[in-house]
Design a protein. Structure first.
Length: 284
């Protein structure tokens, strides 16, 4: 029997730990067993029980205090993750081997772990050897995605993780519950974006012809191939949480032996999902 895993990724402050806590509570209400593993050696607090905590193996503060290493925060975190990659046996012992395991891995937010360092790719390969079906869950903070340039930057960050890890990935805009009605209306266009319209918004601001051409190329590539789309995540809306979970479950075929059904809103109907969410929440 396969096992299942979500790699919960995203920039610092994007809501990874809150997402994990919300999913654990939601799954408990559904009667599903979901565990969380903390993989951030610099974490200070999280509001969920963990089955394994990387800080039991190594901690950033200890590395930074080591006079022989003299690392800063970022260097210390990279050292910790490389040490972790050389000690995957610790993770294997912590996870055990239970069929139908469903585990959320709360990952660090440093983008270099998903761009030019092999640590997270090695983790994915190791999990797959342990019979895990792995899905990447990339979070971005909706409060910082209401401008076209910031949105394009968020897309590129998500793409870097997709290219590096080579696993199915669901991209999510978090903290929708914190947005004002006006901001929700503004951000609706970014959930299922028309990149060619965004080109016009962006290039009108740019003065350099070179950067205008680069922006057009990036937007055209994303739009032509449908490479990145986002789901809204509102932790105060149980139906919204369930829709997100359905998409992830479908991606890794969770419970396929139990005649698992496709989620109500598949990619072709994602615009309908967006419309329904905003109709329910913006008009309140």
């Amino acid at each position: 029997m396969p096992r299942y895993a979500q790699l919960v990724m995203g920039p610092a402050g994007s809501g990874k730990s809150t997402y994990c806590s919300t999913m654990v509570q939601h799954c408990e209400a559904l009667g599903r067993a979901v565990q969380v593993v903390n993989l951030d050696p610099a974490a200070e607090f999280f509001s969920y029980p963990v089955m394994a905590d990387i800080r039991e193996l190594i901690e950033v503060d200890d590395v930074m205090e080591d006079e022989s290493l003299r690392f800063g925060p970022n260097g210390g975190l990279v050292f910790c993750m490389e040490y972790f990659a050389n000690n995957f046996n610790w993770l294997e012992e912590s996870l055990g081997h239970v069929e139908d395991d469903y585990i959320l891995f709360d990952c660090p937010g440093q983008i270099e772990l998903y761009t030019h360092l092999p640590v997270m790719k090695q983790l994915v390969e190791q999990l797959q050897q342990w019979e895990f079906r792995v899905c990447g869950v990339f979070l971005v903070d909706s409060q910082f995605m209401v401008e076209s340039f910031k949105f394009i930057s968020g897309i590129l960050a998500a793409l870097s993780a997709m290219i590096s890890l080579e696993i199915p990935q669901i991209n999510i805009m978090t903290k929708m519950d914190l947005l004002s009605k006006k901001a929700k209306k503004e951000i609706e266009k970014y959930l299922d974006p028309d990149m060619y319209s965004m080109i016009e918004d962006s290039t009108n601001i740019l003065k350099s012809k070179m950067f205008k051409k680069l922006t057009k190329s990036i937007c055209g590539l994303i739009d032509d191939y449908g490479m990145v789309r986002f789901l809204p995540f509102d932790r105060s809306d149980e139906e919204n949480i369930n829709i997100v979970l359905q998409h992830i479950d479908f991606t890794i075929q969770y419970g396929e032996d139990l005649e698992f059904k496709e989620p109500k809103e598949v990619d072709e109907d994602k615009s309908a999902l967006v419309d329904e969410y905003f109709q329910d929440h913006v008009d309140e």
